[in-house]
Design a protein around this ligand. Structure first.
Ligand SMILES: Cc1cc2nc3c(=O)[nH]c(=O)nc-3n(C[C@H](O)[C@H](O)[C@H](O)COP(=O)(O)OP(=O)(O)OC[C@H]3O[C@@H](n4cnc5c(N)ncnc54)[C@H](O)[C@@H]3O)c2cc1C
Length: 403
């Protein structure tokens, strides 16, 4: 067919759109600012590519919070099951881990990406690397900065799949926000999601415990309550448990300038048990030695208590027990977006039609993390990227009159 489609952004969302469109015999050109595509996808595979999750559909959809309603139709068309089938189609099996998370065999992204690119190359997809999109010209042509100058193209349809604002060295730098706003799209500011937080540690604590894991604690924040672990950093805290609560804690800081998370350092013991233990005479033993020997609280957990419990509270069994069960840890600010696993904000669903086409720029579709949704880690991020890429690809086909 004598039509051409430009996909800008060669991450999971853009490549999925390219696959859907090229499968119908249409010439697809994929442009990416970087010297190779799929860099964040490859990075996601470094510590085990969690591609999707085995949650029941309703639970899966609920992970997208206030955007669940917008993501649901996308997942109905191409959700976790279809994604697993698709991975199998590339010759890679998947398995469900103990937490219900789904991984490709081997856990890595590179074999999958390699097989995928081979298939795309064979089906009329041309890659244009080191092509940084720098916005639209007045006639809606696309303008790209290339190493030796500038090129413009005017395809019949465009899919923007430019990613969010985290880990800019992998290609997604969020520079597109202003260009799309200028073109009349509604874009929510990009914010860190699945991120760490700054904590004002004392010099002593920071030096001693930087890099230490805090294992098996319960983090409470509002209606969030989950057991897990995280890591102390020079600047504050990061890791799975923190990321899981990060959207709520970030929003609280945005609204009130601060947030306080509470940690249960002894989830396997009741308050009464702790009060009883702490009320007993401890003879000549120091409190530190007593906490370690009788309560099993030592190292970084003991350090946390010293960091946030006053001298008076340390000598009061009931108050100390209460603080071991619910230690308030003040968070100052989310870590910068560049360090976050993903970003919130982006092109709002209100500025898109049901096929993910921009209402203000007909023929231009958006997909992936650049859309205004967020989700916890667990495979939900990649699933929504693939799923929205699939929807945008089908939207392009409909726009071109191919159903
Ligand atoms: C360390 C890490 C681990 C992760 N692990 C997981 C995981 O296990 N499971 C999970 O579900 N998710 C994970 N994620 C998140 C997941 O990788 C992203 O959500 C996903 O890659 C986003 O896909 P995308 O296609 O929307 O954008 P991206 O993958 O960011 O791709 C966007 C592409 O657009 C290109 N681009 C950007 N701007 C321009 C421009 N102006 N011109 C041309 N090209 C441009 C970029 O170079 C890039 O190639 C992880 C993320 C990180 C950082």
């Amino acid at each position: 067919m004598d039509k051409s489609v430009a996909i800008i952004g060669g991450g999971p969302a853009g490549l999925m759109a390219a696959e859907v469109i090229s499968a119908r015999g249409i010439k697809v050109d994929v442009y990416d600012a970087m010297p190779s595509v799929g860099r964040k996808f490859l990075m996601a595979g470094k510590s085990g590519l969690n591609i999707t999750h085995s949650d029941p559909f309703e639970v899966f959809v609920s992970r997208y919070g206030k955007r669940s309603k917008n993501i649901e139709p996308l997942l109905k068309a191409f959700g976790a099951d279809q994604l697993r089938e698709w991975v199998h189609g590339l010759g890679i099996q998947t398995f469900i881990g103990t937490s219900g998370r789904v991984f490709p065999m081997g856990m890595k992204a590179s074999p999958l990406l390699r097989a995928w690119l081979t298939r795309l190359n064979a089906s009329n997809v041309t890659f244009h690397l080191r092509h940084k999109w720098t916005g639209f010209l007045s006639d809606s042509s696309l303008r790209f900065a290339i190493p030796d100058g500038e090129v413009t193209v005017k395809p019949d349809a465009v899919v923007l799949a430019l990613g969010g604002g985290s880990w800019r060295r992998l290609g997604s730098d969020g520079a597109w926000v202003d260009w799309l706003k200028q073109a009349g799209a509604e874009v929510e500011a990009l914010r860190p999601s699945n991120c760490g937080f700054d904590v004002e540690w004392s010099e002593h604590f920071r030096e001693k415990y930087d890099g230490h894991p805090i294992k098996s604690v319960i983090l409470s924040f509002g209606d969030f309550r989950q057991q897990g672990e995280f890591i102390v950093t020079k600047e504050g805290v990061e890791g799975g448990l923190i990321y899981a609560a990060s959207a709520r804690m970030r929003d609280e800081i945005d609204t009130n300038g601060k947030a306080v998370m509470h940690l249960d350092l002894k989830p396997d013991r009741t308050l009464e048990w702790l009060v009883d233990k702490l009320s007993r005479p401890r003879g000549k033993r120091s409190l530190a030695s007593y906490l370690e020997k009788s309560l099993g609280i030592h190292s970084v957990k003991a350090g946390l208590l010293r960091e946030f419990v006053s001298k008076e509270d340390f000598t009061d069994a009931e108050r100390l027990a209460g603080l071991i069960k619910a230690l308030p840890v003040p968070l100052v600010a989310p870590r910068p977006i560049d360090e976050a696993i993903s970003s919130a904000g982006g092109v709002t669903f209100e500025s898109l039609d049901e096929y993910l086409m921009l209402k203000t720029i007909p023929g231009v579709f958006c997909a992936g993390e650049m859309l205004d949704w967020e989700a916890p880690t667990g495979g939900y991020l990649l699933t929504a990227c693939f799923s929205s890429g699939y929807a945008a690809g089908n939207g392009v086909l409909k726009w071109l009159g191919i159903s």
